[in-house]
Design a protein around this ligand. Structure first.
Ligand SMILES: [Zn+2]
Length: 367
């Protein structure tokens, strides 16, 4: 989720998936799956690109996964498409059981304008926000509105928003001028069409199933070390994005206290961690916990955790600007392995037997 440490080099990202390729791949999977995968256009980005919702399975446990809310964080989309292909076309008993027990709702590349620009923010001006929400005419632009410029990025001539601060735990929230410019410890506003689209899919699933059991958000971070070792982190995990609404610190979220399930988020993280440790002596074992003292209600993870989803953050090492396609295959595999740990653990029920205390044994991240 952090902007990371981009250096001055420009690496090729052509080995990753762009929006046109994503469209082709998803349509192909739907076609060969004979109806097992259902592909829909859930909405459109500000620049008019399709935001997809791919659904597989018919179980009553709902697992929602999204990727590339930051458009320069690309391994998640590749991993998610690989996974969708297996889930939709593999007829082994294992995959049949997964489809029986869970419903996967995938939103790969939910911020496609940013993805095709290979940058963090979407492409949208404050003037466009005011056109959509005239009540904001005299409001200050939100704090997550990028208009700056440096050697790499030019948000000055092509501004945009960090979509991952545009979420609000009140899924029916309507923007009000008095809530701007806001800050990182306050909820967002659903002013971007990308966040609105994900919110709508989440709400629809929540209404249909009563709950979105699991929400996973796939990101990248800078390059760090596993605490107490000289091992470079492959992937950091987290299940904590806001203070527990039952705690004193989380009192401002008390209206969500009954549905928030921090222990389940921890169990899901441990399931992902154990799956990665199970690979055997490799970089897949270099897994750490992301910083835990967060209060980010404007993130998708924070908002959906407060709505009762066991929420899991994946932070793969290296933004595309600083890392390019280096280790791409292994990093994609790490994301897939962690995702399968979660999905299989929910499907066979084993995740509910995990001691949430195991979460504290995942090593920290040395920054
Ligand atoms: Zn991110």
């Amino acid at each position: 989720m952090s902007p990371g440490t981009p250096d001055q080099q420009v690496y090729s990202v052509s080995g990753f998936t762009d929006h046109a390729e994503l469209t082709q791949k998803l349509q192909k999977i739907e076609e060969v799956s004979n109806g097992v995968l259902n592909l829909e256009v859930a909405g459109y980005s500000n620049q008019g690109l399709e935001i997809y919702k791919a659904t597989v399975g018919h179980g009553d446990k709902v697992v929602m996964v999204q990727s590339e809310i930051h458009g320069n964080e690309k391994t998640g989309t590749v991993a998610l498409v690989n996974m969708l292909k297996q889930l939709a076309t593999n007829n082994s008993p294992k995959y049949k059981q997964l489809r029986e027990e869970i419903t996967i709702i995938a939103m790969p590349m939910m911020n496609p304008d940013a993805s095709d620009a290979n940058r963090r923010g979407n492409i949208m001006s404050w003037e466009e926000v005011v056109e959509d929400f005239p009540q904001l005419e005299n409001a200050q632009p939100s704090w997550n509105y990028y208009t700056w410029q440096n050697e790499i990025w030019d948000y000055a001539s092509n501004p945009g928003f960090d979509v991952n601060r545009d979420f609000n735990p009140d899924l029916d929230y309507v923007p009000q001028a008095s809530d701007f410019p806001g800050n990182s410890a306050s909820p967002g506003w659903f002013i971007t069409p990308e966040a609105q689209t994900v919110r709508d899919v989440y709400k629809e699933a929540h209404d249909e199933f009563g709950k979105v059991d699991v929400f996973v958000d796939l990101h990248h971070q800078g390059q760090y070390y596993v605490e107490g070792t000289e091992d470079e982190v492959t992937l950091s995990l987290s299940g904590v994005f806001v203070p527990d609404p039952k705690s004193e610190e989380g009192a401002k979220y008390s209206e969500y206290a009954n549905q928030y399930n921090g222990d389940f988020a921890k169990q899901l993280n441990v399931a992902a961690y154990q799956a990665l440790q199970g690979v055997g002596n490799s970089i897949f074992n270099n897994i750490s916990l992301y910083p835990q003292d967060l209060d980010l209600p404007g993130t998708a993870l924070g908002s959906f955790a407060l709505n009762g989803s066991g929420s899991v953050l994946f932070e793969v090492t290296g933004q595309t600007q600083s890392f390019g396609q280096k280790k791409k295959g292994q990093l994609v595999k790490a994301v897939e392995t962690g995702l399968y740990g979660i999905v299989e653990g929910v499907a066979d029920g084993s995740v509910y037997e995990i001691d949430p205390g195991e979460y504290e044994n995942i090593p920290g991240t040395e920054r």
